[in-house]
Write a protein that binds this ligand. Structure first.
Ligand code: GAR
Length: 200
């Protein structure tokens, strides 16, 4: 069974969705570790409740990204982690983790990439008065939300769409889609562009 580490920085609702499907048996994976860069993030409480070990750090206590990623890497090795799942981890992954986990890091992002990368994708879509936004799951490379896309799902923005309404539509999709795609990845190996494969 795949041993995974989930990385989160905030509420951790995607982390919770993954915990739930692992507990119900729908996702065959062992969540070995939560990595979190915000000590007061609710994700940490979720890990405690689920009795999942967590590595919580503050970047400012390390001299550089390389230094904190070396500390993360030591934890990943200690728990024998095979695969990294980013779920609202609001930092770019650096060369230390990328080279150790080449092709084994995925991310979920609340827009149809390449549209609205980086922070506050939901606010960006609203500000742009976009007709459509959505969710993207992709492999992680050195860029900001630029790695190869695995799947995208669209969401239509209503005329009176608010931040709350769009966020809740997007998160509803995320909580269903991420577990599904992780299960595909862990049972079928390398999966690329599921959206295209499904369309054909
Ligand atoms: C999610 O919507 C995720 O797509 C987004 O952060 C949110 C975290 O929510 N990630 C990014 O914006 C990454 N660039 P959660 O903490 O409740 O899972």
């Amino acid at each position: 069974m795949k041993k995974i580490a989930v990385f989160a920085s905030g509420n951790g609702s995607n982390f919770q969705a993954i915990i739930d499907v692992v507990q119900s048996g729908e996702l065959s994976a062992d969540i070995s570790l939560l990595v979190c860069d915000k000590p007061d993030a609710y994700a940490v409480e979720r890990a405690n409740t689920a009795k999942i070990p967590s590595f919580v750090f503050q970047a400012k206590e390390y001299g550089s990204k390389e230094a904190f990623e070396q500390a993360i890497l030591a934890e990943l090795k200690r728990f024998d982690v095979d695969f990294i799942v980013l779920a609202g981890y609001m930092r770019l992954i650096g060369p230390t983790l990328l080279s150790a986990y080449q092709g084994r890091i995925v991310n979920i992002h609340p827009s149809l990439l390449p549209a609205f990368p980086g922070k506050d994708a939901i606010g960006q879509a609203l500000a742009a008065k976009a007709d459509w936004s959505g969710v993207t799951i992709h492999y992680v490379d050195e860029g900001m939300d630029t790695g190869p896309i695995i799947i995208q799902e669209r969401v239509r923005l209503d005329e009176n769409e608010t931040r709350d309404s769009l966020q809740s539509k997007i998160q509803k999709i995320e909580h269903k889609l991420y577990p599904e795609i992780l299960q595909m990845l862990f049972t079928q190996g390398d999966v690329i562009n599921v959206t295209k494969a499904r369309a054909n």
